[in-house]
Design a protein around this ligand. Structure first.
Ligand SMILES: NC(=O)c1ccc[n+]([C@@H]2O[C@H](COP(=O)([O-])OP(=O)(O)OC[C@H]3O[C@@H](n4cnc5c(N)ncnc54)[C@H](OP(=O)(O)O)[C@@H]3O)[C@@H](O)[C@H]2O)c1
Length: 505
């Protein structure tokens, strides 16, 4: 067995203060606080020598209450078990301030930051993590600037802003938000999160493709028959009706996660590991994404919503009967579509993408089916199954490659067998959570795993064309699927029309 080859160390992070705007919210509790604790608990190798965390939200809260809420959240959601000593050290670096909805609050924020930096001997390197509803972002950014809290790019100390999805609700609003961000920050200061990019298996896609000659050689129209990307959730809308109903599956999942996976699967090799080179290569995929045709677009996209059904042995209501869903709602919880990438590598290869809620199990997979072997030797009488590569992004991260093998015996009998790599059995120790990786990258100023402004725009252009199609043609059906099924029959027909079947996670 060969030794592990270190290509690049996790970059050194700079001492800084992370301000979590919306620190009393769900994302802060479930993801950000646990991730920051894990960075601290992992030791000095990856965590910055020193960082402080300032929670900033609307509601007044005593510091002790904030620290206790954070402890409970970390105990529940942290990847690493809470270590008393480590937690005490981390908790000592946690502070809280209310007044996020108050213009004066930003003056207090400045004062508090200066106090924290003086007390802890930290330079004024500041990361503003905007974990607030999108509609609160414009005021927040304007007030940061007015309060003199944004350092010029290239200054001795940095200001970085982290923006959560969704960026906008359509192309126009996304451009508006981008315009706002660009007026107040330089692109080098903006980190747009798509937490999918922080997942180990998503990063491994890049290694798989470009560190293995065999894959790179067969990656394209010459060898690939078609590609499927499925991101399935077993959950329903839960308590997030207020957020989800105005959005739907197309905005919530396709515009960001599915487009990112598509770009990673289809991109050309970048000229270096530099973040601009990688982001450019991904952007080129969206530039080559074929726009929906003027005629026949409705046959390429399927939308649906879940009806009542059974998930994990439990009877669950249909979407229309979920708590908080208005009776007039016309929101899709499932989308499937067929895409094409007009470049030399992928000419003629269909890409099928689908995502939905209340599917039988949570699972994200990419399935690459290779072309049939010629009908000469083993493929003459009866069609033998083609080779296939399945990349499991979550859960059970790993990949499997299906090849044909001779079944032992006197006959010549062929059977598909699976070469399987499971991350958890091959690599010991738990992987860092996506938010740990991403927060560390913000601290070290590495943009590779963040979304560029152009990618946001291109991705919205494509999604907007589907939104326009649905708006302009009211005869396009909203299909139904039973909760606990793999989606509507119409999605099966979409892929069966080309002689394929979905591979279910
Ligand atoms: N939760 C997730 O899993 C998740 C996943 C991906 C992206 N996101 C994005 O992350 C952001 C935060 O989500 P969340 O789920 O944490 O939301 P949340 O639970 O509703 O928390 C929102 C936070 O923002 C503050 N806030 C609410 N309305 C505000 C307003 N009008 N002005 C200023 N502050 C306001 C709240 O402060 P008070 O509580 O003090 O009122 C709270 O701290 C959103 O942009 C969301 O789309 C969330």
């Amino acid at each position: 067995m060969t030794d592990t080859i270190h290509i690049a160390q996790a970059q050194a992070a700079s001492p800084c203060t992370v301000v979590i705007f919306g620190a009393s919210g769900d994302l802060a509790k479930r993801k950000l606080i646990p991730a920051l604790y894990n960075l601290r608990a992992c030791g000095q190798e990856v965590a910055p020598n020193e960082f402080a965390v300032l929670g900033f939200a609307r509601r007044p809260m005593a510091l002790e209450e904030f620290r206790e809420t954070a402890r409970v959240a970390a105990a529940r959601f942290s990847r690493l078990e809470l270590d008393q000593k480590c937690w005490r050290e981390f908790a000592a670096s946690l502070d809280y301030l209310s007044g996020l909805d108050d213009p004066d609050g930003f003056r207090h924020l400045k004062e508090r930051l200066e106090q924290i930096e003086a007390a802890r001997g930290l330079p004024p390197n500041r990361i503003y993590y905007l974990s607030i509803p999108p509609e609160a972002v414009p005021d927040c950014v304007e007030r940061l600037d007015t309060a003199g809290l944004i350092a010029k790019p290239g200054a001795a100390n940095f200001t970085r802003v982290v923006v959560e999805k969704p960026i906008g609700t359509d192309l126009d609003s996304a451009l508006e938000i981008e315009g706002l961000l660009c007026r107040h920050f330089d692109e080098s200061q903006i980190f747009r999160i798509d937490h999918y990019l922080g997942k180990e298996t998503v990063q491994n896609l890049f290694v798989l493709r470009f560190a293995n000659t065999i894959f790179e050689r067969m990656w394209g129209a010459r060898n690939v028959d078609h590609v499927q990307i499925t991101v399935a959730e077993s959950e329903g809308v839960g308590s997030r009706a207020m957020y989800y109903d105005p959005a739907g599956a197309l905005r919530d999942m396709v515009q960001n996660h599915l487009m990112q996976l598509l770009a990673l699967i289809a991109m050309e090799p970048p000229i270096s590991l530099d973040s601009d080179a990688i982001r450019d290569a991904k952007l080129n995929v969206l530039r080559a994404l074929r726009p929906l045709p003027q005629v026949g677009a409705r046959d390429l996209v399927v939308r649906a919503r879940y009806a009542a059904g059974v998930v994990d042995g439990e009877q669950v209501p249909g979407y229309a009967h979920e708590k908080g869903i208005p009776p007039t709602s016309h929101t899709e919880t499932f989308v499937a579509f067929k895409a094409a990438i007009d470049n030399w590598r992928w000419a003629g290869v269909p890409f099928y993408l689908r995502t939905g809620k209340r599917m039988p199990a949570r699972g994200s997979i990419i399935y690459i089916q290779f072309k049939d072997v010629p009908r000469i030797l083993f493929n003459r009488e009866k069609k033998v199954p083609p080779n296939a590569l399945t990349i499991r992004i979550q859960p059970d991260e790993g990949l499997s490659f299906e090849v044909l093998a001779k079944q032992p015996g006197l006959d010549i009998a062929i059977r598909p067998v699976r070469m399987n790599l499971r991350y958890d059995s091959e690599f010991s120790g738990p992987s860092p959570e996506a938010y740990e990786r991403l927060l560390l990258d913000v601290m070290s100023g590495d943009h590779t795993l963040f979304v560029s402004a152009q990618f946001v725009e291109k991705s919205w252009e494509f999604v907007q064309s589907i939104l326009d199609l649905w708006r302009d043609d009211v005869t396009i059906p909203m299909h139904e699927y039973a909760a606990g099924s793999h989606g509507p029959a119409a999605a099966d027909k979409l892929i069966q029309a080309d002689g394929h079947e979905w591979l279910d996670p």
